[in-house]
Design a protein around this ligand. Structure first.
Ligand code: DQA
Length: 146
């Protein structure tokens, strides 16, 4: 089985972007860590785009293929109704999507306290650095969600 790990705007700059907030690890480091964590038979398909429409299309792909998703939507989290509507499409086929954030968004700027995607996500993990993704991977591979 495959798990999509989707990353939104500016996350290709991890490593040099505000390391005091996001740490010094790069997206390539994250990919390596998740591959190390992934149980036998679980394939990590990590992608990043700075474009809202690309993320919408990747969510559509998850709907059509029934692939579970770990999503860090970056700033789109706070205002993208297009992404929210795409994520809502996962409900019917029953495909899980976990919203993740590297930083604790609730301890930061006011505009980061709002997520327009949380209500259509299966669950939310924020504030644990790259471990936010690792915890989501554990949830998707080890637990049934009931
Ligand atoms: C982020 C938090 C967002 O507010 C921000 O725009 C990001 C990264 C995080 O992982 O902490 O790009 O999603």
């Amino acid at each position: 089985t495959r798990i999509l790990v989707l990353n939104g705007p500016n996350l290709n700059r991890l490593g040099s972007r505000q390391p005091e907030v996001y740490g010094s690890g790069t997206l390539a480091d994250l990919e390596r860590i998740l591959n190390e964590d992934a149980p036998e038979g679980v394939e990590i398909d990590l992608r990043q785009s700075n474009y809202e429409g690309q993320l919408v299309e990747w969510i559509h792909e998850a709907v059509d293929t029934g692939t579970p998703v770990i999503l860090n939507a970056g700033a789109l989290t706070h205002y993208s109704f297009a992404l929210r509507d795409a994520i809502a499409l996962l409900k019917e086929p029953g495909v899980p999507l976990i919203e993740v954030h590297i930083s604790n968004v609730h301890a930061r700027d006011e505009f980061r306290h709002t997520s327009v995607i949380s209500a259509v996500s299966t669950g939310v993990i924020a504030g644990f650095g790259f471990d936010s993704y690792r915890l989501a991977l554990v949830q998707l591979t080890a637990f049934s969600g009931r």
